[in-house]
Design a binder for this molecule. Structure first.
Ligand code: ATP
Ligand code: TYD
Length: 237
């Protein structure tokens, strides 16, 4: 497999074509961003930590029956993935109230959400990733009703698997965002799962161990990501 030209460079990762038209290389950079790219910083080791973290989670999800784009880890900061047609809709599940939900509805941070909520956001930085719903996604052609049903079902299956995995490391999976795409007609999980796209709290102290440390300027961002990794048995040099 040979890496060819850069296809796209996002806020945290760069995507490269390969000599195989079905495969791409994802390069996890050290760049951190929040608030739709308004806050930006370079954090040493971030690319490596997120690449290794994501590889571990994607493999765990595959083993548990979730179809993903993940093929293999190529180096500290690169992974090989299936080239998908991305569905421009982000799926968010919340087990505990935090972040945007607290701001939007004025509910108290930290309350349990039973049943967990499911929200859709349009992947569009210029418009600040606005919240959408199934009807808008169908009308504007962002996703079909069948794709939306599959994305919802897979997103909740992921919740079941990962809540348990993080609980074993004494952590609460507060909320997370997933992105899906289409590969040879099937809806599969894409992008990444790392502390950049979810909230994780220590189960006892409720200390934040995720990107909120960056958003809120709490410091110790990558140290927290590495702590999460250590607690679920990921070894990072
Ligand atoms: P976001 O706000 O979602 O993080 P971004 O474009 O800045 O947006 P990056 O993670 O920096 O995000 O860039 C990675 C890009 O690659 C994303 O647009 C993502 O949707 C896309 N992508 C991820 N996996 C695949 C894949 N398997 N095939 C094609 N594109 C992919
Ligand atoms: P949310 O609380 O809606 O937004 P914010 O990041 O502004 O607080 O996000 C819920 C979870 O989903 C949170 O863990 C962050 C993640 N997420 C992303 O990583 N990217 C996104 O574009 C969105 C909408 C959510």
């Amino acid at each position: 497999m040979e890496k060819r030209q850069e296809l796209y460079t996002g806020k945290a990762k760069s995507v490269y074509t390969t000599d195989d038209p079905d495969l791409l290389v994802l390069h996890f950079r050290d760049d951190a961003s929040a608030f739709d790219g308004k806050k930006k910083e370079s954090l040493a080791r971030k690319g490596k930590v997120n690449n290794i973290f994501n590889a571990f989670i994607m493999q765990r999800l595959e083993e548990a029956g979730i179809p993903t784009h993940f093929e293999k880890q190529l180096s500290d900061t690169e992974s090989l993935v299936k080239k998908m047609e991305m569905i421009p809709v982000e799926c968010v599940v919340r087990n505990i109230a935090a972040g945007g939900l607290v701001k939007r509805l004025g509910v108290e941070e930290g309350i349990s959400l039973n049943p967990p909520t499911f929200e859709l956001f349009l992947k569009n930085d210029e418009k600040g990733d606005p919240m959408i719903n199934e009807s808008l996604a169908e009308t504007f052609g962002w996703a079909t009703p069948e794709q939306l049903a599959e994305m919802k079902s897979l997103t909740f299956k992921v919740n079941h698997i990962l809540k348990q995995l993080f609980a074993e490391g004494d952590m609460l999976l507060v909320d997370y965002k997933l992105e899906f795409g289409v590969f040879k007609g099937d809806v599969i999980l894409g992008d990444e799962f790392s502390p950049d796209g979810c909230r994780l709290w220590d189960a006892h102290t409720r200390e934040k161990l995720d990107k909120d440390r960056f958003r809120q300027g709490l410091g110790g961002v990558i140290e927290a990501y590495e702590e999460v990794a250590r607690r679920i048995g990921i070894h990072i040099d």
